[in-house]
Design a protein around this ligand. Structure first.
Ligand SMILES: NC(=O)c1ccc[n+]([C@@H]2O[C@H](COP(=O)([O-])OP(=O)(O)OC[C@H]3O[C@@H](n4cnc5c(N)ncnc54)[C@H](O)[C@@H]3O)[C@@H](O)[C@H]2O)c1
Length: 356
């Protein structure tokens, strides 16, 4: 009789900034074990391995040849995701790939196709879908508590220094970063916007580079959006908002509105919970549902930053173990990519772009 495995083995490809979050999340989940991490720079692989008491490799092939690895987290630069995810899938490993899924639809589709062919799961990180307050908002909308959704706004008012863009050859390039403020930083809240409001139908945008040199991509991008539902909205993606402000999601419905700032509900005003109408608008908020908290120029509270990554990785583990459907598949990962590529296209041609 085949013995049940005692744990699910994990490997990480790419030991840069985000790898620590994956390693920390995996290390806190029961019945999982981080087996090995790999980077082309041996010192980075060794440093992560030392911190999490696992092995390390200096080639992807070596990591993938390990039979005790079941799931691989792809944490390399964005334009390498498809290549590395496909290598992992061909080695029969389940794949968790960082956002964006890839920098082109073609490369993303190839990744999805190969994972399907090999019978392995593919999940694309969009950790904020697992934030407590996003889950709460999504549930309220499903229960009809906001009524008809009329407007959705997604704002990422961040700052990245010139030193940040200079810190890696891939940063700020079309080939490997796939874009700038929108593709790298704002994608989180752009994904939340379409996750909450539904599919985007048409976009008109402007993109520009104002605060940085030696980058090919935008550091400010704005777009007017029309959703398939007929609702409208705006997207702002910024890495030039010195010294760095908040992320903000505005959802206004006929029966209620919610504003989320830095991943936390700041305003929660629903008719069904007693908020009343005033001919000229109300300045009183429903105090019971307003959470206080300092608004900082960074997206999450230090120390709990990996919590939503952990929840997404747990979702993948559950899908492996029970066969349930993944919450964020490759197809889901393509949705924000299509919106962002359409923003770039509209800015380039100076006309609205319809998303197919
Ligand atoms: N979900 C999030 O909140 C979040 C946050 C940061 C970054 N990311 C995403 O994670 C990815 C990596 O970003 P980062 O900031 O960690 O980048 P990084 O430059 O800090 O790390 C990338 C690492 O990949 C390694 N690498 C490159 N080619 C390799 C190869 N062929 N084999 C093995 N290793 C290789 C590099 O040496 C580097 O250490 C990007 O796609 C980014 O968008 C997601």
């Amino acid at each position: 009789m085949k013995r049940m495995k005692e744990f699910l083995g994990f490997g990480i490809i790419g030991c840069g900034n985000i790898s620590n979050t994956h390693a920390l999340a995996v290390s806190e989940i029961a019945d999982t074990k981080l087996i090995s991490v790999c980077d082309i720079l041996p010192e980075k692989a060794k440093s992560l391995a030392d911190k999490f008491d696992c092995q390390y490799d200096t080639s992807i092939e070596a990591l993938l040849s390990r039979e005790d690895i079941d799931v691989v987290c792809v944490c390399t630069p964005s334009g390498m995701h498809s290549k590395h995810a496909i290598m992992a899938a061909r080695a029969k490993k389940h794949v968790i790939v960082e956002k964006p899924i890839e920098v082109s639809i073609e490369a993303a589709n190839e990744m999805i196709k190969v994972c399907h062919e090999e019978g392995v799961l593919l999940s694309v990180i969009s950790q904020h879908r697992f934030d407590d307050d996003i889950v709460r908002l999504k549930e309220a909308i499903a229960q009809g508590k906001l009524g008809q959704l009329n407007f959705g706004g997604s704002h990422t008012k961040w700052f990245r220094s010139q030193k940040y863009y200079d810190s890696g050859d891939w940063r700020g390039t079309w080939e490997l970063d796939g874009g700038g403020a929108l593709m790298n930083q704002s994608i989180h809240y752009i994904d939340l916007l379409q996750y909450i409001m539904g599919p985007v139908e048409e976009i008109f945008s402007y993109c520009t580079t104002r605060a940085h040199t030696n980058i090919e991509v935008e550091d400010i991008g704005i777009a007017s959006v029309r959703f398939e539902s007929g609702a409208v909205g705006v997207i702002e993606g910024n890495t030039a908002a010195f010294p760095g402000y908040c992320t903000r999601l505005d959802i206004y419905g006929s029966d209620g509105s919610v504003i989320i700032i830095n991943d936390k509900i700041q305003n929660w005003n629903l008719k069904c919970e007693g908020v009343t109408e005033n001919d000229f608008g109300s300045i009183s908020n429903n105090e019971e549902f307003i959470r206080s908290g300092a608004i900082k120029g960074w997206a999450s509270t230090p120390g709990v930053w990996h919590t939503s990554h952990k929840r997404q990785i747990q979702d993948v583990i559950e899908a492996i173990q029970t066969g349930k459907t993944l919450k964020i598949t490759g197809e889901e990962g393509i949705k924000p990519l299509k919106i962002i590529l359409s923003i770039y296209e509209s800015a380039k041609i100076g006309k609205p772009v319809t998303i197919k």
